[in-house]
Design a protein around this ligand. Structure first.
Ligand code: AP5
Ligand code: ZN
Length: 214
């Protein structure tokens, strides 16, 4: 599997990616999770990224392209293909990815767009809880953990993301419409795109993604 999962904040990329990993054993490269890892590790990059992420802005293309190239070359799981989540987010990133994949002879097979109208995203984002170490996400109402505020698998505490508030979400949505929607159009022109109605339940969305990938 060599695919991109694309969609606005809260559309379900991180919720659906684990299903794809279990089925295809490809690497899951979630750039937001990678940046949160840098923040947690207290690196210089993490410090710079945190300020941008909390404001709902985008980290520079060069940094993001470098992170993906590094993973494709060094993460052994990527030998079975990749699931990109949160990348590419700008046309410059999409063009850099094309070049990177051509050089590595790893042509892209699918781009799946998770479609959800903006007004449905507010409650998804404000009710989300995450397990920081794995990036697994839950929802207070729509997908509650088995035990209150604890990860189902490790039992570790769940937290709210610092950019999951209404104010930052507004800016993330503006960034999505201005910078990332053109990326969707870019892939529509290349004939690899499928749009999925991601307002359905997570199980129904997964069924539709599976059907799109055969
Ligand atoms: P990132 O972590 O990628 O955030 P995002 O794109 O805003 O997407 P989210 O993680 O918020 O949404 P998701 O689609 O994964 O939703 P989820 O499945 O969790 O990026 C964060 C920041 O990092 C960016 O703002 C930027 O600053 C920076 N960054 C990252 N990549 C970058 C790049 N390439 N270039 C530049 N900067 C970059 O679901 C959300 C909630 O809804 C959960 O609670 C879930 O349980 C619930 N839910 C999921 N599906 C359903 C459903 N079908 N029905 C009901 N509820 C559902
Ligand atoms: Zn996510």
């Amino acid at each position: 599997l060599r695919m991109i999962l694309i969609g606005p904040p809260g559309s379900g990329k991180g919720t659906q990616a684990p299903n794809l990993v279990s089925k295809y054993h490809s690497c899951h490269l979630a750039t937001g999770d990678m940046l949160r890892g840098q923040i947690k590790a207290g690196t210089e990059l993490g410090k710079k990224a945190k300020a941008i992420m909390d404001q709902g802005g985008l980290v520079s293309d060069d940094i993001m392209v470098g992170m993906i190239a590094h993973e494709l070359d060094n993460n052994p799981e990527c030998e079975n293909g990749f699931i990109l989540d949160g990348f590419p987010r700008t046309i410059a990133q999409a063009e850099a990815l094309d070049k990177m994949l051509a050089e590595r002879k790893m042509p892209l097979k699918n781009v799946v767009e998770l479609q959800v109208p903006d007004e449905r995203l507010v409650s998804r984002i404000t009710g989300r809880l995450i397990h920081p170490a794995s990036g697994r996400s839950y929802h207070k109402e729509f997908n509650p953990p088995k035990e209150d505020m604890k990860d189902d698998i490790t039992g570790e505490p769940l937290v709210q993301r610092s950019d999951d508030n209404v104010e930052a979400l507004k800016k993330r949505l503006i960034a999505y419409h201005e910078q990332t929607e053109p990326v969707v159009a870019y892939y529509k022109n290349k004939g690899v795109w499928t749009g999925i109605d991601a307002t359905k339940t997570p199980a129904q969305v997964w069924e539709d993604i599976s059907a799109a990938l055969v």
